[in-house]
Ligand binder design. Structure first.
Ligand SMILES: Cc1cc2nc3c(=O)[nH]c(=O)nc-3n(C[C@H](O)[C@H](O)[C@H](O)COP(=O)(O)O)c2cc1C
Length: 171
């Protein structure tokens, strides 16, 4: 699939079929995350794949009741290993770079999943401590996004974007 087709065609999907995600496809999707850029190539990315139903339900509760997380066959928790970046870049690494790095990896996951016929949603609204508890994240590993992944059971229309001339600024 053409990269522009994936960028424009991808949608946030919040209804999923129960059809399992093929292991080969899951591996491709996780591998796409690994190829995202990272500041100083520090690679703070850590991914936790959750398939267990009870664990997905705990994630959904930690995400303020976003039950569609538990309906998807897989939930990927994207984490930032903060020390990997702050060791080199101090506060800027801790507060900015490791978040940007993991955001780039998150977008790669969305696009790769879409190109393989799957649907995802970027979930950022959650109680961070509660999610860390569900995945037993060690200290210094910060959950930054939850991505439910599965075959789509809805086809949302694309929400309007700000026009280009509104975001292309001359300050
Ligand atoms: C950082 C971030 C956090 C988000 N958190 C949530 C969330 O908690 N729940 C949700 O349903 N969608 C969430 N979204 C998805 C947005 O609502 C969605 O991307 C936006 O409405 C545009 O729709 P589209 O992704 O289909 O283009 C989040 C997106 C981003 C980038």
């Amino acid at each position: 699939m053409d990269v522009f087709e994936a960028i424009k065609g991808r949608r946030s999907v919040r209804e999923f079929e129960s059809t399992p995600v093929k292991e080969k496809d899951l591996e491709k999707i996780l591998d796409a995350a690994r190829w995202a850029p990272s500041a100083g190539h520090c690679q703070p990315l850590e991914l936790v794949v959750v398939k267990d139903q009870a664990q997905k339900e705990r994630l959904a509760r930690a995400a303020l009741g976003q039950t569609f997380i538990a309906e998807a066959p897989v939930a990927i928790v994207v984490c930032a290993n903060v020390a990997r970046t702050s060791r080199r870049y101090g506060r800027r690494g801790e507060e900015l770079y490791c978040i940007q790095d993991t955001a780039a990896a998150t977008q790669n996951i969305h696009l790769a999943a879409y190109a393989l016929g799957y649907a995802t949603c970027w979930v950022g609204a959650f109680d961070e401590d509660a999610v860390a508890g569900v995945i037993k994240a060690p200290a210094g590993v910060r959950p930054v996004a939850i991505i439910p992944l599965g075959r789509p059971a809805e086809k949302p229309s694309p929400p309007q974007r700000m026009p280009l001339n509104k975001i292309e600024d001359e300050f």
